[in-house]
Design a protein around this ligand. Structure first.
Ligand code: SME
Length: 176
């Protein structure tokens, strides 16, 4: 079932956005609390990012790869990630879905990466992707990048969750 089908199913059953909790793991509120505490307890930004990607991946079975890119000049540099190593450790602003999200300063969801000419392949199994910029006012500090082996895996609930995680990371990245 992809994200849209999950949303339809849950709307029909009156359960709200996303699939039933049993299928999608921990609720977003609990997950946000866990991420907020882990970031607060982290000694530095790197530890905060590492904890965040691990918690996200553990709580969401459809997150096959979860990583954070950090802005360095006009390149995005791969920081902590969970999943297979990516060949794209530095991405110029003009390239990839990652570069596009940083340039547009807004979340990008790609349901079918094979149909998007901007896509830089990380793994042959990846079918869909969501990239959420980490902003400090008008400045892009970095971004959260999640890949899924399921097509159209990301919906409104993932966007809402990750757009609440991004400001927590912005604080961690600008404070330390
Ligand atoms: N797919 C990304 C590159 C990063 S890998 O997914 C880890 C992109 O198109 O920018």
């Amino acid at each position: 079932m992809n994200a849209r089908e999950r949303e339809r199913t849950s709307h029909a059953s009156g359960a709200g956005h996303g699939a039933p909790a049993s299928e999608r793991g921990e609720g977003s509120d609990q997950l946000l609390i866990a991420i907020r505490s882990a970031i607060a307890a982290s000694p530095n930004a790197n530890a905060a990012m590492k904890q965040t990607v691990q918690l996200l991946k553990d709580a969401r079975p459809h997150y096959t790869w979860a990583g954070i890119y950090v802005m360095d000049g006009d390149e995005l540099v791969l920081g902590p990630f969970v999943g297979k190593p990516s060949p794209h450790t530095r991405i110029p602003l003009g390239r990839g879905i990652c570069g596009a999200a940083a340039t547009e300063k807004s979340t990008i969801i790609v349901d079918d990466v094979s149909a998007d000419p901007r896509y830089l392949a990380c793994s042959i199994e990846t079918k869909s992707e969501i990239v959420v910029p980490i902003m400090n006012g008008p400045d892009v500090l970095g971004e959260i990048d999640i890949d899924s082996d399921q097509p159209a895996a990301f919906g409104a609930d993932d966007r809402a969750l990750l757009e609440q995680v991004a400001p927590l990371l912005a604080e961690a990245l600008s404070d330390r």
